[in-house]
Design a protein around this ligand. Structure first.
Ligand code: OXD
Ligand code: MN
Length: 580
């Protein structure tokens, strides 16, 4: 597919010269291209057909067992000045990083096809969208990018018209964890990834472009690129409010974005705009608006069942790529907590043996186009995005953080976002269940120094006086026996309702040192039969525990030194002193 963009033509030629592929394919994003690649992969054995009667057009890919998650320790932000990357990122000097990558890339595509994938993050006709081109030697990447982004001819035409694009070079290399790096060069809007075929490391439009590079670009251009779902909450009267919510990886963003209201609220509706990433801009009225730069879902499979997420469960019955799940006797995909069927093979392709580990890898994934979701909002394609009424932060905390609380101001909300901490999950390699600081759920994804990022967030208060309200939620409180105190899933709608009522000043709240909490029957749980003491503990704070938390948080903030914005520190001091 010829292009009149000289920069792209030259870059493709340079990469081909370096990597020496057997052939070069320009991807047009058509269905026939997708089908052709699927056939090739089936022939090569890198993809398997799942039961076509129960799961039409569904395929299974099994990764190399040492390549099943993001690799934060091998992910770098390479800037001229180390401080610009910040202590929140691994850093390498630009020249060293490029040298290392070029050495790895030399001749790495010999005998392979090199695919050139033009893609657009966001609706192709939106002024807020940004384009990129990924060069890869992985057909698995191409078919996933087809489902996850607007890719192919339309994106190329936009690149030609705009004359700019993010460059992403990817090779699976030998899948050797010792020869694996994910490098970002935000100053020149480019990415180099080698040695992994896993989603977050290899589908460069997603975390690498739409978060790490875009967060940098957003700061320079005056917007925000965030690790947030976007949903619409429609009342029985037909009024819809949009909420953007940031939670760390594998903490239920997809489930919340696709929530089905419980019976008592059957006349309410949740519309999905996005399940992982939001790009937020203020419009000329000062209203914050969001687009979802993605066009599909790369969701965690285990735990998805008819009760936890019926919309997702039904959506992944067809037209889905499964990665690292098990299969049943009759070749249906199977995963832990599916609640139907039983496994015959596991995610390594071996016969499943009880007690010898899960059938599906805990970070096994489904890739599916967003159009397969029956709750997909038509406004997800709107070039101007949707107006955001509330921003929600959250983490996975078995204690401490109440079910929900509201910030007292935008600046206080930024402090709350900066204070997010969460237990680690299987979405990244490393130990699971350790509480770590994950400001705005962006620890693995902010492409620059967090201190500058908080300053950028704070600057929105000066851009407009109609900013959304900010909240914090925690669905994951547990008792000593490890039982969850809050039922979660569909019942989270009650919390979303409270949030919107607070935005509209329709319900009171009690003021505490950390923010406004629900009071009385302001949050409707009467029919849930929650023990009154448990309920009280979910909507109150323990000052002593919070003092410890805030002291730890204070140390963390101070570790950013002089770059830490004074305003954040002032907010911190207000909360800390209110705790006594
Ligand atoms: C994801 C992640 O895949 O956050 O969305 O790891
Ligand atoms: Mn994510």
């Amino acid at each position: 597919m010829p292009t009149n963009n000289q920069e792209l033509t030259n870059w493709v030629a340079e990469v081909a010269q370096m990597t020496q592929p057997e052939s070069i394919v320009w991807c047009d994003g058509s269905e026939s291209e997708y089908d052709g690649l699927v056939s090739e992969m089936l022939g090569a054995g890198t993809l398997k057909t799942l039961n076509p009667d129960t799961h039409p057009n569904c395929f299974l890919h099994l990764s190399d067992p040492k390549d099943v998650a993001r690799v934060e320790h091998l992910t770098f932000i390479c800037t001229q000045n180390e401080d610009d990357a910040g202590q929140n990122n691994n850093w390498k000097p630009v020249a060293d990083a490029k040298q290392k990558m070029n050495d790895l890339y030399a001749g790495c595509m010999q005998g392979r096809t090199m695919y050139v994938i033009p893609y657009c993050m966001g609706p192709v006709d939106s002024p807020f969208s940004r384009c990129g081109v990924e060069i890869t030697d992985s057909p698995y990447v191409v078919i996933n990018m087809k489902l996850m982004t607007r890719m192919g001819t339309a994106a190329l035409r936009r690149i030609e018209a705009e004359g700019r694009f993010v460059r992403g070079l990817h090779s699976t290399g030998e899948l050797d964890p010792d020869r694996r790096f994910i490098m970002h060069y935000p100053e020149e809007l480019s990415i180099m990834s080698y040695g992994s075929g896993y989603g977050g490391n290899a589908l460069l439009g997603k975390k690498c472009h739409a978060l790490r590079i875009a967060s940098w670009q957003a700061r320079t251009e005056g917007w925000l690129a965030e690790h947030m779902l976007i949903l619409g909450l429609e009342s029985p009267e037909g009024e819809t409010h949009y909420i953007a919510a940031a939670f760390p990886s594998a903490c239920g963003k997809t489930n919340l974005a696709m929530l089905i209201p419980p019976e008592k609220f059957a006349d309410w509706k949740i519309w999905t705009l996005g399940d992982d990433i939001a790009w937020l801009h203020t419009d000329d009225q000062g209203q914050l608006r969001a687009i979802n730069p993605e066009a599909g879902y790369f969701g965690v499979v285990p735990g998805t069942n008819q009760k936890t997420n019926l919309n997702a469960y039904d959506m992944i019955q067809q037209n889905t790529i499964f990665t690292n799940v098990g299969t049943t006797e009759d070749n249906q995909p199977w995963w832990e907590d599916k609640k139907v069927g039983s496994p015959k093979t596991d995610w390594k392709g071996n016969e499943y043996k009880e007690g010898a580990g899960p059938a599906a890898h805990p970070n096994s994934r489904f890739t599916v186009s967003a159009t397969g979701n029956r709750a997909y909002s038509t406004l997800a394609e709107a070039p101007q995005g949707v107006p955001i009424s509330a921003i929600v932060f959250g983490g996975r905390r078995r204690e401490l953080a109440p079910l929900v609380y509201q910030a007292k101001s935008w600046e206080h909300g930024v402090l709350i976002g900066a204070g997010v901490a969460s237990e680690t999950t299987a979405a990244a390699t490393g130990e699971v269940g350790i509480v770590r600081r994950d400001p705005m759920a962006m620890k693995p994804f902010c492409g620059y120094n967090f201190a500058d990022y908080w300053a950028h967030w704070l600057s929105f208060a000066k851009r407009t006086d109609t900013l959304p309200q900010i909240f914090h939620v925690n669905w994951f409180r547990q008792n000593e026996a490890g039982d969850f105190l809050w039922p979660g899933f569909g019942e989270n709608l009650r919390v979303l309702q409270w949030i919107i009522q607070r935005c509209e000043n329709k319900v009171g709240a009690k003021e505490t040192a950390i923010g406004y909490l629900p009071e009385g029957d302001g949050l409707d749980v009467a029919d849930l039969n929650i023990d009154p003491q448990v309920w009280e503990s979910l909507i109150s704070i323990d000052d002593d525990q919070w003092k410890v938390e805030m002291d730890n948080f204070g140390e963390y903030l101070h570790s950013y030194g002089d770059r830490l914005p004074d305003e954040l520190l002032e907010q911190y001091k207000l909360v800390r002193s209110a705790l006594g």
